[in-house]
Design a binder for this molecule. Structure first.
Ligand code: AMP
Length: 514
């Protein structure tokens, strides 16, 4: 069982259909990609002397080379370590050392950073820059056959985006990835042959994981020429390629919807925007549905159970007449077909409908453990259950509503307050562009609620306006005691808001007496 066989199957079925494109231009068709990958895999084994199971890291901005490199690694029975291109040299160094990667393929923009990081990664023997002849030469020679691997062998070390602490490498096996791929067809979408997937988000994360189901359906994988997420380019590429599917973080969906270029999107261009990885506020989601039509699906997953825990289907998004439409939109949907999901108390006892507890997951998508980190593995995997660190509750329809990361929950006067609920309400204000709510230590109450607010250009929402909105929508004790108006919120490389940094800022301001 080797996920590289997915490409073999598609090469046989889809032959001269486009497989990979750079902007509007085809780079390789399916047979061409298969040949390129099989020759590159021969180089990995013969020229670089790597063996089955060896880790090969990728420090690459999104581009066609990243896809061919990943499949060459799997074809050779090795394990890919895709790293986010925007990491800091210290984070690259940590991942290179922790994974024990022997080879790292880099795009030229990252060559210097990786050379610096490599000093702290003793097992790294070689760095290959995709702009050099050393890389070009990897396309020359005889192809090798697909390596046989066991389903339990690691295919992808997915380093968690680390909104706290240092990253951990969720070890995803070939079985995990196949289960995720089948789950896409069961719960997310079954696209017709020959569509496209636009990698507008980094392929070291969700967009890269979705390459598998789309490749299986003979879609062309399109990489924006800019290597970035720019709305006009994204819209032009959606119009260019047929039946376009894409994975976007909620903040990216919001940027698309609010950009004037979105008006140029042809009605038939888009097949599906799947979004997830962070909360999407209902107000933003409704705007997206108005503009894009019923072409949105939500997924809730994490590196430890990639893209697969729950999903809110396209149909549920579209069913505006349903009496619970808004509650549905505020949820993360129902458990995916190939996993079991429970909400439990600290001792692992299942909680009744409506009660909030930690979300735990079991199934074929759940990682085998964290690479080289037995303590973290023992904390997260207990009796085969993945403890996600997310808290939420099921409702009577069997839909899961995520409250927050357990560590982001605020406890004030003995009551649990979930920041997301308050954020959802504040986001309703037309003058609010972004908002994040955290707890601040309070001598009497334990913690009190503080909201960081980014105003829209030209708007100036007042604390009194925001208070009124809260009083109209949620219990009085949840209302923020302090509003901090800021120009931007701190975010990590996947666009997730860093609440730890906000807490730190608040702590520093409090010590200075601001
Ligand atoms: P990562 O491992 O980087 O993909 O981050 C996974 C985390 O992102 C989860 O544990 C959740 O806290 C959060 N997350 C993922 N999907 C969603 C979603 N649909 N809604 C809210 N939060 C989400």
């Amino acid at each position: 069982m080797n996920i590289a066989n997915l490409l073999l199957g598609s090469a046989r079925e889809f032959r001269d259909r486009p497989a990979v494109a750079r902007g509007g231009a085809v780079h390789l068709d399916y047979r061409g990609l298969w040949r390129r990958v099989s020759v590159m895999s021969m180089h990995l084994a013969v020229r670089f002397g790597l063996q089955r199971g060896d880790r090969v890291a990728l420090a690459m901005t999104n581009g066609v080379e990243a896809i061919e490199t990943m499949y060459a690694i799997w074809h050779a029975g090795m394990c890919a370590v895709p790293m986010n291109a925007k990491l800091h040299a210290r984070e690259f160094a940590f991942i290179l050392a922790n994974s024990g990667a022997k080879l790292c393929i880099v795009t030229p923009d990252l060559a210097t950073t990786i050379a610096e990081a490599a000093r702290e990664a003793p097992e790294l023997r070689e760095i290959v820059d995709t702009s050099t002849r050393a890389y070009g030469f990897m396309a020359v020679g005889d192809p090798a056959g697909v390596a046989e691997v066991e389903p339990t062998e690691p295919a992808w070390l997915f380093y968690t985006s680390g909104t706290t602490g240092r990253p951990k490498g969720a070890t995803l096996t070939h079985r995990n990835i196949l289960a995720m791929t089948l789950n896409y067809f069961a719960d997310v979408d079954r696209p017709p042959p020959g569509g496209s997937i636009l990698h507008a988000a980094p392929i070291s994360h969700g967009s890269g994981l979705w390459n598998f189901p789309l490749l299986t359906r003979g879609a062309v994988q399109v990489f924006p020429e800019s290597g970035k997420y720019e709305v006009p380019e994204t819209v032009a590429l959606m119009n260019r390629w047929p039946e376009c599917s894409l994975f976007l973080a909620p903040t990216m969906v919001k940027r698309l919807v609010e950009h004037p270029a979105a008006a140029e999107l042809r009605p038939d261009a888009l097949r599906l925007v799947s979004y997830g990885g962070a909360p999407m506020y209902v107000a933003d989601l409704k705007r997206a549905l108005d503009l894009l039509g019923p072409k949105l699906a939500q997924l809730y997953g994490q590196g430890e159970s990639p893209m697969t825990i729950t999903h809110l289907s396209r149909e549920m998004h579209a069913d505006r007449d349903h009496p619970r439409w808004e509650q549905r939109l505020a949820s993360a949907g129902r458990p995916d077909s190939c996993v079991v999901v429970k909400v439990v108390d600290e001792d692992g006892r299942v909680l009744p409908v409506g009660e909030v507890g930690e979300i735990i997951v079991k199934g074929d998508t759940v990682m085998s453990g964290y690479w080289n980190d037995p303590e973290a593995t023992a904390r997260s995997l207990r009796d085969g259950w993945l403890w996600t660190g997310d808290v939420g509750a099921f409702d009577e329809e069997g839909l899961l509503t995520l409250k927050d990361r357990s560590k982001d929950m605020i406890i004030s006067g003995g009551s649990n307050i979930y920041p997301r609920e308050i954020e959802d309400v504040l986001a309703l204000h037309p003058g609010v562009a972004e908002v994040s709510v955290i707890g601040r230590p309070h001598p009497e109450w334990g913690e009190e609620v503080v909201a960081f607010v980014v105003a829209r250009d030209g708007a100036a929402p007042s604390p009194a306006d925001l208070d009124r909105l809260c009083l109209d929508n949620i219990a009085r004790f949840k209302r923020p005691k302090d509003y901090r108006f800021v120009a931007a919120l701190p975010k990590n490389n996947y666009g997730k808001i860093l609440k730890t940094e906000l807490r730190q800022q608040l702590h520093e301001n409090t010590s200075r007496g601001d």
